[in-house]
Design a binder for this molecule. Structure first.
Ligand code: SF4
Length: 429
């Protein structure tokens, strides 16, 4: 802690105003003298929430060094949590003497069968926690409910158990993002016959650009998990297939699910040769150059800016509202507050309450407080939201008797609502 309600950031030089390590060591010795059998080592407090509830912006296994200190201080077993979801990392932590027991919290919300799968040599089938804290800590804060973004059954087991089917339906699923994949998974488990069509060569949809920054690696792990699940469940997946109205009619399906996702919104700034979408940059299709401006300070814009800045670029965010991350929510405060502080700490500049006017000859013109300002930059990256891809649904609307629209194609949202929406529909067909 740097001050009241002010946590420090990883790598930051600061004076500790809260409980320091020396005090923690003395407390540990006293507790063991009083008879405690084991100690669970943690870091942080409610003033520095991103330490005891680490978001994806914290590195994995972030408490290892503190565990080691405690192992050298007391002679009772040391338990350690903190982004220890990778089984190899966890095993190594025990083998190398950083702790005696690894405790898992969020990974068990994401997959309560974590340990059984590991024991059964099926680690690839463990559903990954993505450290989003949207369904767990975020929902505790906002709704006093603990759930999980990637597992719609968590803490709702009684009302979400799989409903086996009496009559199996042939279901066409169009789109292999999280909503399409989740629908295919749940339908196959229940006994239906889903068949998935994806126009690109990979499953995952928006997980793929979203997972490009190294701190979002678990988004890619989630995409891989869906691939594995659909293989295990023997769901036919047709890649490189853009579904047409004729294909739907020719397939004679009982049910059709349209989960065609969303497309980034764009607008013209004049010299558009160097105006890209965040998706293009995240997927490596476009090189933004050394100096770039991200237009839009929502979650995607801020994470893109952080990733580019950390990879050595000079990034400025321009946001029309009066603060960053104003419209995304409710984000868990641990995630939001850490990201808000990381951006300036890493050197990302931001201009709020400003509107972009034009980009010409390497200069972006913005209007703020009635005055025009110029920002020299090699590119402009638009991150101003997404538009639902629902045209195929409307083409089919009056031709297919049992037709559903899911995920971003229905309403642009986030990973959690895409998965939950798909689960609810697929568990009731
Ligand atoms: S809501 Fe997110 S952080 Fe929480 S357990 Fe689920 S995947 Fe992990």
């Amino acid at each position: 802690m740097k001050d009241w309600r002010e946590g420090a950031l990883p790598g930051e030089e600061f004076h500790e105003e809260g409980r320091d390590l020396d005090e923690g060591i003395e407390a540990a010795k006293l507790l063991v003298n009083y008879g405690y059998d084991a100690l669970d080592v943690d870091v942080g407090c409610y003033d520095a929430w991103w330490w005891n509830h680490p978001p994806m912006y914290q590195k994995k296994a972030l408490y290892l060094d503190y565990g080691k200190v405690m192992k050298e201080t007391v002679d009772v077993p040391i338990l350690l949590a903190g982004r220890m979801d990778n089984p190899d990392t966890a095993s190594k932590a025990v083998a190398d003497g950083y702790c005696d027991i690894v405790s898992l919290g969020r990974p068990l919300l994401a997959d309560p069968d974590y340990v059984n799968k590991l024991r059964g040599d099926k680690a690839r089938c463990i559903r990954p926690c993505i450290s989003c804290q949207e369904g767990c800590m975020g929902r505790i804060q906002t709704y006093s409910m603990i759930n999980c973004a990637v597992n719609p059954q968590t803490a709702r087991e009684g009302v979400t158990e799989y409903r086996p089917v009496l009559a199996s339906k042939k279901v066409m699923i169009i789109g292999g993002g999280v909503a399409g994949c989740e629908a295919a998974r749940v339908l196959a488990i229940r006994g239906h016959k889903p068949e998935l069509f994806e126009k690109s060569s990979r499953l995952g949809g928006n997980l793929l650009p979203g997972g490009a920054p190294d701190f979002k690696e678990d988004d890619l792990a989630l995409a891989r998990w869906y691939e594995t699940e659909l293989q295990e469940l023997k769901v036919p997946v047709h890649f490189g297939t853009a579904v047409t109205k004729e294909m739907v009619a020719d397939g004679h399906y009982d049910t059709v699910i349209v989960a065609t996702g969303s497309t980034p919104k764009v607008f013209s700034l004049g010299d558009d040769a160097h105006v890209y979408t965040a998706e293009d940059v995240l997927l490596g299709k476009k090189d933004p150059g050394q100096n770039t401006v991200v237009v839009g300070g929502g979650l995607v814009g801020c994470e893109t800016a952080l990733w580019l800045q950390e990879s050595g670029k000079n990034v400025t965010i321009v946001e029309a509202l009066d603060k960053l991350l104003a419209l995304n929510g409710p984000l868990c405060s641990a995630n939001k507050e850490m990201l808000e502080r990381l951006l300036p700490f890493k050197g990302v500049k931001s201009v709020t309450s400003a509107r972009v006017k034009k980009y010409e000859n390497g200069t972006l013109t913005v209007e703020k407080d009635g005055k025009e300002e110029s920002i020299a930059c090699d590119s402009v990256i638009l991150s101003v939201g997404y538009r639902s891809n629902d045209s195929l649904y409307h083409d089919l609307e009056f031709d297919v008797p049992e037709l559903y629209l899911l995920g971003d194609a229905k309403k642009v949202s986030n990973i959690m609502y895409g998965i939950w929406d798909a689960f609810e529909v697929a568990n009731h067909i």
